[in-house]
Design a protein around this ligand. Structure first.
Ligand code: TPP
Ligand code: SF4
Length: 292
C-alpha cells in the first residue's frame, strides 16, 4: 500500500456478531482487540488471514474474528498453522493459544516451529493457569501458588516462555500485556511484518482462577523497554535482560534472529533440484524415475 493511500479496512471488518463467552475482565478481550487493530493497521483483507488455535479459553479466539479460522486440537495449533502457510504462502497466518496448550501438551512443536522458521506469528496468551478446565496448575504457574491441583502450593519451577523462545533461536520474540492495548497492537503488527516465525508472549490475566487483583499484580511489574538494534541479536543480552530485575517484566521486542524463512529456503531448494533439467518433468517421467 502506498504511504498516503487510504485504508481499505476498519476494525468492524474483522468483528463478528458472535460474542465471546469469556468471563468479564478476562485478558483475552485485550488480545482479541489488539489483533483486530493490528489487522486493521496492516490493512489485510479478512479473506487473506487464517488463525489457528488449540483448545482452551484463549483458543476460542478464532471464533470471534471474521477471518478464516480453526479451533483445532489441543496443543496442535503450530503444526496446523505451518501446514496452512506452506499450502497458502500468500496469506497471513497466526497461531494462538494458551500457556497450557503451548507449553504442556503442545510443547514439542515450539522448538521445531522456531527452527523451521515458517513465516507466521504465534501468539501465546499466558494466564498462568488452565482456565477452560477450571483452574489447574499450568507450566507457567508461579512456584508457591495454590491451584485446584496444587492445594498445598505448587512446588514446580515455572517455565519462562520468552527465555525458551530465545533459546530456540526464534527469529522474532516479543512480549506484551493484555492491559496495554496500544503497545500490544504494536507488538502484533511488528510480529506479523517480520519475515519468519515470530512469537509474541502475552500476559493475559485470568481473574476467575487467579484472582481479581491479577491485572494489578502484573501492571505493577511490567516496564516497556526499547532494546537497541545492536543488542537484539544477542541471546546472552536477552537472557541477561530477562534476569536483570526479578521484580520487573520486560515488554517490547526482545530478540531477533533474522534469516531466510522456510518458504524462501524451499524455493531455493526447488531451484537447485531443477538445475540442469531442460524441462519441467511430467508426472509420467517422475513415476518412471521411481518405478523404472
Ligand atoms: C488431548 C486433550 N487433553 C486434555 C484436554 C483438556 N484441556 C482442555 S483445555 C486444557 C488446558 C487449557 O489451558 P490453556 O491452554 O492455558 O488455556 P486457557 O483455558 O487457560 O486459556 C486442557 C488440559 C483436551 N481438551 N484435550
Ligand atoms: S476462566 Fe479465566 S481464562 Fe477462561 S474466560 Fe474466564 S477469566 Fe478468561
Amino acid at each position: 500500500m502506498a504511504v498516503d493511500a487510504p485504508r481499505q479496512h476498519t476494525v468492524a471488518d474483522y468483528k463478528r456478531d458472535l460474542k465471546p463467552v469469556w468471563c468479564s475482565g478476562c485478558g483475552n478481550y485485550g488480545v482479541l482487540n489488539a489483533i483486530y487493530r493490528a489487522l486493521t493497521e496492516l490493512d489485510v483483507s479478512p479473506h487473506d488471514v487464517g488463525i489457528i488455535s488449540g483448545i482452551g479459553c484463549s483458543s476460542r479466539l478464532p471464533g470471534y474474528i471474521n477471518v478464516y479460522g480453526m479451533n483445532a486440537v489441543h496443543g496442535r495449533a503450530l503444526p496446523i498453522a505451518q501446514g496452512l502457510k506452506l499450502a497458502r504462502p500468500e496469506i497471513t497466518v497466526l497461531a494462538v493459544g494458551g500457556d497450557g496448550d503451548g507449553l504442556s501438551i503442545g510443547m514439542g512443536h515450539f522448538p521445531h516451529a522456531a527452527r523451521r522458521n515458517v513465516d507466521m506469528t504465534y501468539i501465546m496468551m499466558d494466564n498462568r493457569i488452565y482456565g477452560l478446565t477450571k483452574g489447574q496448575l499450568s507450566p507457567t504457574t508461579p512456584k508457591g501458588d495454590v491451584t485446584v491441583t496444587s492445594p498445598f502450593r505448587s512446588i514446580d519451577t515455572p517455565m519462562e516462555p520468552v527465555k525458551l523462545a530465545v533459546a530456540f533461536d526464534t527469529s522474532f520474540v516479543a512480549r506484551g500485556f493484555a492491559g496495554n492495548l496500544k503497545h500490544l497492537t504494536e507488538m502484533v503488527v511488528a510480529a506479523i511484518r517480520h519475515p519468519g516465525f515470530s512469537f509474541v508472549h502475552v500476559l493475559s490475566p485470568c481473574p476467575t482462577f487467579r484472582g481479581m487483583d491479577e491485572f494489578k499484580r502484573i501492571r505493577d511489574l511490567i516496564r516497556v523497554i526499547e532494546v537497541p538494534a545492536t543488542e537484539l541479536g544477542s541471546r546472552d543480552a536477552a537472557f541477561t535482560r530477562e534476569d536483570a530485575d526479578p521484580g520487573a517484566i520486560n515488554l517490547g521486542i526482545l530478540y531477533k534472529s533474522p534469516r531466510p524463512h522456510y518458504g524462501e529456503e524451499a524455493l531455493r531448494l526447488r531451484d537447485i533440484s531443477r538445475a540442469g533439467l531442460d524441462h519441467e518433468p511430467t508426472m509420467q517421467e517422475l513415476l518412471q524415475e521411481f518405478m523404472p
